[in-house]
Design a protein around this ligand. Structure first.
Ligand code: FE
Ligand code: FE
Ligand code: ZN
Length: 278
């Protein structure tokens, strides 16, 4: 079975979010742990989390994917921004300990002129400090488009974070199809080669989630503008090959396409139809 969901809001509570996922034909979803552009967060409602856990168990959901706020930048040159990153990451991991199986994805960060190596060290240092052994949530590094001073636009940069951090063995990767395409990986014509390269540099066993998005821009544009499935430069055929690829087909897929709920439901239906049942 294809495990697929979309990005949803948890503003109305975790249980309401799980019900919405079900109503859209999804068997998982992604959500921001808090305001993505700020960082403020509601008090944690343990009963609501437990109700979500019961719902996802009953309906055989794939792992939920939490997404850290965009403002989290452990590689910042500003000590206050780095402190914020540590605090938010720690708090979110403590909360997610009450959502068994959930994973936490984050954008590695921007080195803002300090250089990739310095940025990698800062990110690894943040993880060493906050991602302690008793926290059960799997943390994922997202592949990035490589715009500006973004770290994670190449597989080598994600590998460098894993190598630099003591938590490296516990880190996974979330591959965003729009981001890798924008970063210059030709998943349209050379998907096998791109995955072989991922395997050689990072290891396919580290790949835990796919953000399934089309792209408004051409390969290598380094832009990061998501498009609806089949309406962008990657195209439907290539994205259907992604969900059906032997190395990927059992992973959970999360849509981050510019859609209202109806549009997400339509994409989920279409992709379920395009998934080759074994
Ligand atoms: Fe993201
Ligand atoms: Fe993404
Ligand atoms: Zn993006």
């Amino acid at each position: 079975m294809l495990h697929i969901g979309c990005h949803l809001s948890c503003a109305g509570g975790y249980l309401a979010m799980g019900r919405q996922a079900l109503a859209l034909g999804a068997d998982t979803c992604q959500f921001f742990t808090r305001n993505p552009r700020g960082g403020s967060v509601k008090p944690f409602d343990r009963a609501d989390a437990d109700a979500l856990n019961a719902l996802t168990r009953e309906h055989g959901f794939a792992p939920l994917l939490a997404h850290a706020p965009y403002t989290l930048n452990a590689a910042s040159a500003d000590a206050r921004v780095r402190d914020f990153a540590r605090r938010v990451m720690r708090e979110d991991l403590e909360r997610l300990a009450h959502v068994p199986g959930a994973m936490l994805n984050f954008h590695p960060g921007c080195h803002v002129g300090q250089g990739t190596q310095a940025g990698v060290r800062l990110i690894a240092g943040m993880l060493d400090e906050v991602y302690t052994d008793e926290l059960p949530t799997r943390v994922l590094l997202e592949t990035m488009a490589g715009k500006g001073s973004e770290i994670g636009g190449t597989f080598e940069e994600l590998r460098a974070i894993m190598d630099e951090s003591r938590t490296g063995d516990r880190l996974g990767v979330c591959l965003d199809t729009c981001h890798v395409f924008d970063a210059g990986y030709d998943i349209v014509h050379r998907l096998d080669d791109v995955l072989a390269e991922f395997d050689r540099i990072i290891g396919l066993s580290r790949l835990r989630a796919i953000h399934l998005n089309d792209s408004k821009n051409t390969m290598g544009s380094r832009k990061d503008r998501h498009e609806k499935i089949g309406q962008g430069e990657i195209g439907l055929e290539a994205l259907v090959r992604v969900i059906n690829h032997d190395a990927l087909k059992d992973l959970p897929f999360y849509l981050e396409t510019p859609n209202e709920p109806d549009g997400y439901a339509a994409e989920i239906r279409m992709l379920r139809g395009a998934y080759a049942q074994a």
